[in-house]
Design a protein around this ligand. Structure first.
Ligand code: UD2
Ligand code: MN
Length: 586
């Protein structure tokens, strides 16, 4: 302890000479008396260690061995100011090897200071805000990891300490989810000593998976607010204040910072001051980014105000700790990775809280193309995302779970463990139906079989052979030509299509466009994101007519596995007679 050491120095007779030191001695005496009083005599006695660390944390110094590093535009060196690191020769080769094993370039990361400077990613309106720190709740930051690489992990810790006001940072909890690497044991314990108790390492000696690991971290946390971070993040300037301020204002708001992009190849930090996305989801229960809805544009009075988001990405969030547990924490039976982010989103919204993105809070995250750890769950489960998602669909989605099973019919009969505790929680909190969530929180979400003109497999029969419109397993994120394939009796999700109320012929996110070259009477059908509107189609008897061109959907000359066409309408042509069939009809 700095203070004790100083006192010892002044108490030694050899040094007890000058007047200045005498003054210092008495000052020390007063301090010691204060500590003794607050520790042992005061009615609200707090442990001496707490008093000491409060004094230390209030200043720049965190512990004996660590001084907070303040960003400085003159800092130069690899990766400073958030720049990427360029490697050459043998280092470049080793960096590329890292990408295969770690899905991030550790040669680059190891070259960058743990205290590297990054540019302020906030917009000016955010920088101009000021906070009364004494009125804001304090936060425990929980960083979970399992066998993660050293420098990205420690850079996460350093960035949190460097860029959080000491007044607001209760503690940093490093939740080690049963890592096996030696350096994450002894070396880590030694390293964190410099933070003088501010950083705590908590170890689990059985693998918890990230969901139970987050729960375990929140259970040991003592701050009024709990913040979760992945182990490869960098907190940006002023990241913490707006998060805790919003929770202070509304304890049932579960808030997320803007997630800035750190490139896994060269560690370049790209902040986006004007980021305005919100979170969405697919019926296969994956997270998506969506543009800011019109309703939010209308509601928000200032660009610094929170954004209501239907869902969150999962890794970076803050909540009032008490509320977090009251609203059900996480589902303890979810294993390893995946699903918990949509689960907490659906749950918080339907049980009376909100998910909000805080545009003035920025945290960078290294986005990786894979996981450097074993993804196998309990009992050899190789599909943790699937089984976790089934748990959330069963508990929170009511009958809409049918849309998940369209994608995962294999999971319908799969045992995913006991759900009774989660059902009880939903009952106890009197949460609203999933339909309420759809109607009020994601009104733009397309429900393929509700409020549509028609839905099912779109079938034409040629020469006795049934052909169905089919995505042909193409990636539906980009644009792709729509094809036909032999009809799959069981109702393969690749063959399901809706004719929506608005006349668009569509899948969950992609809409059919007719593409016809000028003066031609034949064209193709291209599926593109429904965000770019999408053409109108009309049913005329059994014909499907593309309004813009006046041409009709047809399989003339098209074989199974080939792309569909549009051609001049002919009500008598068997190639143009289409029927929407429900899954089990034949
Ligand atoms: C995203 C989230 C992540 C989580 C996940 C879905 C962001 C930025 N990240 O995945 O937090 O919500 O979606 O579940 O939104 N870990 C453990 N034990 C395990 C597995 C992982 O502690 O068994 C740690 C891991 O070391 C890392 C964190 O959990 O620190 C998140 O894992 P990730 O970075 O592989 O997840 P990510 O970013 O792909
Ligand atoms: Mn991550």
């Amino acid at each position: 302890m700095v203070v004790t050491r100083l006192l010892c120095r002044y108490l030694s007779p050899r040094r007890f000479s000058s007047a200045v030191q005498t003054v210092a001695f008495f000052a020390g005496l007063v301090l010691v008396s204060y500590l003794v009083y607050t520790t042992f005599l005061s009615p609200r006695a707090s442990p001496a260690a707490t008093v000491l660390s409060r004094i230390q944390r209030a200043g720049r110094s965190v512990g004996e061995g660590y001084v907070r590093v303040v960003d400085d535009e003159s800092r130069r060196g690899p990766g400073e100011q958030g720049e990427g690191v360029r490697l050459s020769g043998e280092e470049k080769t080793r960096g590329e090897e890292d990408m295969k094993k770690w899905f991030m370039n550790l040669v680059a990361s190891d070259k960058i200071s743990l205290d590297r400077s990054i540019r302020d990613a906030r917009r000016d309106e955010c920088k101009a805000l000021s906070y009364d720190l004494s009125k804001l709740p304090r936060a425990s930051v929980v960083i979970i990891f399992t066998d993660e690489a050293w420098t990205p992990l420690m850079r996460t810790v350093h960035s949190v300490i460097n860029r959080s006001p000491p007044e607001l940072l209760e503690e940093v909890i490093l939740l080690d989810d049963n890592s096996q690497r030696e350096e994450l044991k002894g070396k880590l314990d030694d390293y964190v000593k410099r933070f003088d108790g501010l950083v705590k390492v908590v170890r689990k000696n059985v693998r918890h998976g990230l969901i139970r690991a987050k729960l375990a971290g929140a259970h040991v946390a003592t701050g009024e607010v709990v913040v979760f971070l992945d182990s490869h993040c960098e907190a940006n300037h002023g990241w913490l204040e707006p998060l805790v301020a919003r929770i202070g204002e509304n304890p049932s708001a579960v808030v997320c910072p803007v997630i800035d992009y750190i490139n896994a190849h060269d560690l370049q930090y790209s902040g986006d001051p004007f980021a305005q996305s919100v979170g969405g989801f697919t019926w296969s229960l994956h997270f998506t980014w969506e543009p800011l809805p019109e309703s939010e544009k209308q509601r928000r009075k200032s660009p610094t105000q929170y954004i209501r988001s239907p869902t969150m990405a999962g890794g970076l969030l803050a909540a009032n700790r008490e509320y977090f547990f009251r609203v059900g924490g996480y589902d303890e039976e979810m294993d390893i990775w995946g699903g918990e982010n949509l689960e907490i989103s659906f749950r918080v919204w339907t049980c009376g809280g909100s998910i909000e993105f805080i545009p003035c809070s920025h945290v960078g995250h290294i986005f990786r193309d894979g996981h450097p750890y074993n993804m196998t769950g309990r009992g050899g489960n190789k599909d943790v995302h699937g089984t976790n998602s089934k748990r959330l669909a069963e508990v929170w989605m009511d009958d809409y779970k049918r849309l998940y099973y369209l994608h995962r019919s294999d999971l319908k009969t799969k045992d995913v463990g006991d759900l009774s505790e989660r059902h009880k929680l939903r009952e106890k909190l009197q949460c609203k139906p999933f339909k309420w969530f759809l109607d009020n929180i994601v009104p733009d979400k397309f429900v393929p079989d509700e409020n549509v003109q028609a839905y099912g497999m779109l079938q034409a029969v040629i020469g006795g052979v049934k052909m169905c419109l089919d995505t042909l397993q193409q990636d539906e994120k980009g644009s792709y030509g729509m094809g036909v394939y032999y009809c799959q009796g069981g109702g393969s999700s690749a063959q399901l299509i809706s004719l929506a109320r608005d006349g668009r012929l569509r899948r969950e996110t992609s809409c059919a466009h007719g593409v016809v070259r000028e003066r031609e009477t034949r064209g193709t059908v291209v599926m593109r994101s429904c965000r770019e509107n999408g053409d109108e189609w009309k049913r005329v008897g059994d014909l499907l007519r593309h309004s813009d061109s006046g041409l009709c959907l047809s399989v003339r000359g098209v074989k199974s596995g080939e792309k569909i066409i549009i051609e001049a309408c002919d009500a008598t042509a068997p190639e143009q007679q289409w029927k929407f069939l429900q899954k089990n009809e034949d």
